[in-house]
Design a protein around this ligand. Structure first.
Ligand code: GLN
Length: 245
């Protein structure tokens, strides 16, 4: 891809025609992609550590001005952590971030949503509150709280080659009041499904539930890869961001 037909440049790179480029700083600019972590609620620190381990520069995003005006302006990508999607919708509206985020995602800003973040990126949500706004972007139907409520959290070792997890080194997935994906459109890649059946009467998955998907620049998982220090999902997201830029 040439400079001129790139959709945007990595944040904090300098145009060679910029006057200051004649006097380059002695230390090279940080070449890592700047990836925001939406810090309204959830595992902000854990996602930041995973992003750093995956070679990105995590940036805390608390308000609309932290987002920048276009992809690559301040952020090369964005992580939307878990939490409670109803609260997150309310806070996004209250902080006037919902529309700017919709626009950035529509303009191609790569985003990764985990759990409630997955719900925010869904085009269709079952079990949403009346009038609850979402960001959308992934052509999928997500069912909120599908794995049960807080006391029903569920764990499984997932084999998901697209996420770098084979059967010798599966991905330990932690589901906390997690959604699953009921159906996806034809442009959505399914990256992981659950395998395990559940014991009669127990909560959890029946097996075969879609729990990780990707569509273009958007990635979503039902589970929380940031707990436990495994950064393979973040590796995948960081490579989506750097490929894009
Ligand atoms: N149940 C939450 C919701 O509907 C998601 C849970 C999570 O992010 N851990 O938003």
């Amino acid at each position: 891809m040439t400079e001129s037909n790139r959709p945007y440049r990595l944040a904090h790179t300098m145009d060679a025609r910029h006057p200051r480029a004649l006097f380059p700083a002695s230390a090279p600019a940080d070449a890592r992609p700047a990836i925001g972590v939406l810090a309204l609620q959830g595992d902000v620190r854990e996602h930041s550590l995973s992003l750093e381990a995956a070679g990105a520069r995590p940036v805390v995003v608390r308000r609309a001005t932290d987002l920048g005006d276009a992809p690559g302006d301040r952020l090369d990508g964005l992580v939307i952590p878990g939490g409670e999607s109803t609260t997150m919708s309310t806070l996004l509206v209250a902080f006037r971030m919902l529309e700017p985020l919709r626009e950035l995602i529509g303009a191609g800003l790569p985003a990764y949503g985990s759990c409630a973040g997955m719900i925010m990126l869904a085009d269709r949500v079952e079990g949403a509150e009346e009038g609850q706004p979402f960001l959308g972007g992934i052509d999928m139907t997500v069912r909120r709280n599908a794995f049960g409520r807080q006391v029903d959290s569920y764990e499984e070792d997932l084999v998901a080659p697209e996420l770098g997890a084979d059967k010798d080194l599966p991905l330990h997935a932690v589901f906390i009041r997690a959604p699953w994906v009921e159906d996806v459109g034809s442009d959505v890649e399914i990256l992981a499904t659950t395998r395990a059946g559940r014991a009669a009467g127990a909560s959890g998955s029946d097996g075969g539930r879609i729990v990780a998907v990707r569509q273009g620049t958007l990635l979503a998982t039902s589970f929380h890869p940031e707990v436990g220090g495994d950064h393979r999902v973040h590796d995948v997201f960081v490579s989506m961001v750097t490929r894009r830029a």
